[in-house]
Design a protein around this ligand. Structure first.
Ligand code: EPS
Length: 399
């Protein structure tokens, strides 16, 4: 079973991820790991924090001389900003009485919850009136730890030829309407990497940048939609015997659990509800020897998004993920002071205007963790030789 935990506050000393269940013998590429960490930091619309951090994931357990041991892998991402927050966030030392004014504001002025964020429900749940006690862990900074763990799961799947890409298809009202060629995943990766908003079409990219610029000018935030593509998974991962065997459900849950995500659509998604069955279902064809990972069956359409009845069918996994606008606003919305119960404007924190380009990177990591789990459940997870032997045997066994 591949599982992981993360810990750490946004402005604490570090974030930590523990990933348990990767097979022994996988060569870890630390450069590829840090590449994923840096991708998450980019994108037009990111705020001041990303100028401070240069995220790196340090491996402190579970890997020896570059190879996984089969024991839990611990990854540490240090928060550079911790230096500026040591007094406010120190795990043990009491808060000093004399703080400069800026620090006082950060330390005490956190009683007015931001609509849309975790502040109010978290405050009530844990009985905190200093809402910094809630927001520090609720922060999307946690996704840095998830990307660290996810990029190791990704390295496992990449070893078996699986490819991941995401591209931004909407920022606010600006939508990518042009049909893009997604035949070459590497090309999709290259183009999105070179785009400030990870969009495949340069004309749409310009409009997206302008929309974010306008939102920033109005001290507002913008959400959007990203599309995830995972190519190269074999047919038959997942299951349907029980509700939580279903890979579509597990994938949707992993993506839905990401900060700011409000919607997940697999394949045709909601549109399938409007059409007749003959327009929706992907017809089945066969070409002997052409597609070993699909047992030579293939489809000419992919409305199912690579998943039927909770199982991979060997076509690309295609998922669209909708993220709401960031809920920290520089023009604060109405709120209530949780101590005095008097009307007040929501607290203002340093913030991003749009994180949708970064959301795509995080979705790739979250998906990799779930899909690697399903892959290892089928082919074995003790050591890579065994996983590979089982995988090759599956490909070679005729159906
Ligand atoms: C984030 C770090 C945070 C925010 C953002 C994500 O840094 P700070 O709070 O110090 O400015 O930029 O957090 C949120 C969007 C949120 O709602 O909590 C990061 O590393 O991704």
């Amino acid at each position: 079973m591949l599982r992981y935990l993360t810990s750490g506050e946004s402005h604490g000393p570090q974030l930590t991820a523990i990933l348990d269940g990767l097979p022994a013998g996988l060569t870890i590429d630390p450069v590829a790991l840090d590449f994923q960490m840096s991708r998450r930091q980019k994108g037009y619309g990111r705020g001041g924090r990303m100028k401070i951090e240069q995220d790196r994931a340090e491996i402190v357990s579970g890997v020896r001389h570059g190879k996984t041991l089969g024991s839990p892998i611990t990854l540490v991402v240090r928060n550079k900003d911790w230096e500026n927050w040591t007094e406010i966030m120190h795990p043990v030392n009491p808060l000093p009485k004399s703080l400069d004014l800026r620090k006082q504001r950060l330390a005490y002025d956190t009683a007015t919850p931001r609509p849309g964020h975790a502040d109010l429900s978290g405050g009530i749940k844990w009985n905190h009136y200093d809402l910094r006690n809630v927001l520090e862990r609720a922060s999307a900074r946690e996704t840095a730890a998830r990307v660290a763990a996810g990029s190791l799961a990704r390295q496992l799947l990449e070893y078996f030829g699986v490819q991941f890409a995401t591209h931004v298809v909407r920022i606010g009202e600006v939508e990518l309407t042009k049909r893009m060629n997604l035949a070459d995943v590497r090309r999709v990766q290259e183009i999105t990497e070179a785009s400030a908003v990870r969009c495949l079409d340069s004309a749409t990219e310009k409009k997206m940048i302008e929309a974010i610029r306008q939102a920033k000018k109005k001290r507002d935030s913008l959400g959007g939609v990203v599309e995830l593509i995972v190519r190269g998974l074999p047919v038959s991962l997942g299951g349907f015997s029980q509700w939580n065997d279903r890979l579509d459900g597990r994938l949707a849950a992993a993506l839905m659990s990401l900060h700011s995500v409000k919607g997940v659509e697999i394949g045709m998604g909601f549109r399938a509800a409007e059409l007749c069955g003959s327009q929706v279902h992907d017809q089945i064809y066969y070409a002997a020897g052409a597609h070993p990972a699909k047992k030579d069956f293939y489809r000419k359409t992919n409305n199912a998004g690579g998943l039927e009845a909770g199982i991979t069918n060997g076509e690309d996994i295609v998922v669209r993920i909708a993220g709401k606008p960031i809920s920290t606003l520089n023009q604060p919305l109405d709120s209530v002071d949780v101590k005095t119960k008097k009307p007040a404007k929501a607290m203002v924190e340093r913030t991003d205007n749009c994180v949708i380009p970064a959301l795509g990177v995080v979705c790739e990591a979250a998906a990799a963790l779930v899909l690697a789990e399903a892959f290892l459940a089928k082919f074995g997870s003790d050591n890579l030789e065994e996983t590979e032997r089982n995988y090759r045997a599956f490909l070679d066994t005729p159906y």
